[in-house]
Design a protein around this ligand. Sequence first.
Ligand code: SAM
Ligand code: SF4
Length: 490
Amino acid sequence: MSWTSERFARIKAWEASREFNDFIDDEAIHQTINEAKNPSKERVLAIIEKARNNATKGDMLSPEETATLLNITDRALWDEVFKAATYIKEEVYGNRIVLFSPLYISNPCVNNCQYCGFKSSNDSMSKKTLNHEELEEEVKALLDAGQKRLIAVYGEHPKSDYNYIAQSVRTIYATKKDNTEIRRVNINAAPMFEEEYQAIKAEGIGTYQVFQETYHRATYEKMHPKGTLKGEYDWRLFALHRGLNAGLDDVAVGVLFGIYDWKFEVLAMLHHAMDLERVFGIGPHTMSFPRIKRTSDTDLSEFPYAMSDEDFMRVVAVIRLMCPFTGTILTAREEPELRDEMLKKCGISQMDAGTNIGIGGYKKHEEGNDLSIQQFAIGDHRGIDEFILSLIKEERLPSFCTSCYREGRTGCDFMPLAKNASIKHLCIPNGILTFKEYMRDYASPEVKRIGERIIIPKYLGMLRENMPLLADKVEDMLHGLEHGKNDCHL
Ligand code: SAM
Ligand code: SF4
């Protein structure tokens, strides 16, 4: 209790002296949505055209333009949005999908978020914080499956405070198996003070992710009981501002869809991105859109804003048009069929694969959902190799690239490359190289066959057409990989 009350008092003191201006005006957001109702076809097509042109300019759509797209009712116009989402994604990043796995490290939590299986009042959850050896075992299991990129996830608790988080990141990077290692650790953890961010940054974290869950204050209060740390809306709203102030390079936003009106949430997320741009000159590195799923003690019928698959797809496509330079993450919360369809239509750039969100789940390797150790049920249980097979059958390029972060292309150095759409000239070669390394060390015969015969020649050929010198370099590096080199990247 004393850890929580001391922290609570410090948070209150921070809020009382907050130096950042509020950027969420509930009424103004609702008004923008209402005023954009029943848009004309001409207006919608003009906005879609503008979004396509923004792909190489790095501009975001305005709240009014985004609200107009969200208000489309005509199916044929939605098809135009989907086409534009695919175009923009390919223009900025190319046809590669970056793969990662979530690693749930600690689930005790002092908060009581209504939608979450880790909530403190949930007695059916078995609570566990991985120790050093258990964490190493999880990392080794992920390395055995071919993974190189993780997002480490923690409940908010004294057992998993910033010191524990820093230590766990150190353990992950230090764990080796068969001469390989995890090369990028992103973090999803509760908001922190600036000196705490500095401590975890010192361990070399990649992107730091905090989802606001809902930007709607009244709903936020309902979901996050007063008196809990997470009940402090402003503390969370400015978590990423504090992080960037403290020197974090890349930060990521997200909304938990299903707890409030999705049109409101998309516009609020845009205001968040605009404010980060305004204050720090860089927008969010990624945007996430988890949809609420069942837990061991959640009755989903209590959440009246459940979102249909169709609306979900539309929202994700609009997010791509709204913010062309930002990575978008579609997680294994969703079923394989929906994920596959969204890959075709919604301009997704990152996905998790081989996902197991049970604490200690990768080592245990049990099939299906075990809600006594999971935060929520996931829908896609495909292993990494099976997932990759589904990507390459569609001639997409799977990528385990971690090079921007390791070459210092982060924050203000990364954004211009994404904004003028030149980042794909690095994404594609690095995708080719990391996929080759995966095939050499882990792939099934079928993935190897399609990869070597179709995927590598296809993407290398495209590179040769546009950038022959770079293609020569990549080909040299591919030879290096064939002769035992590791971790070749640009
Ligand atoms: N405790 C940290 C925090 O609150 O920021 C980490 C968050 S949690 C481990 C990761 C995310 O999972 C949450 O931010 C929330 O958006 C999402 N989540 C929670 N409950 C969920 C549910 N029932 N279904 C789907 N996603 C959920
Ligand atoms: Fe704790 Fe995060 Fe779950 Fe809320 S969402 S109960 S803060 S783990």
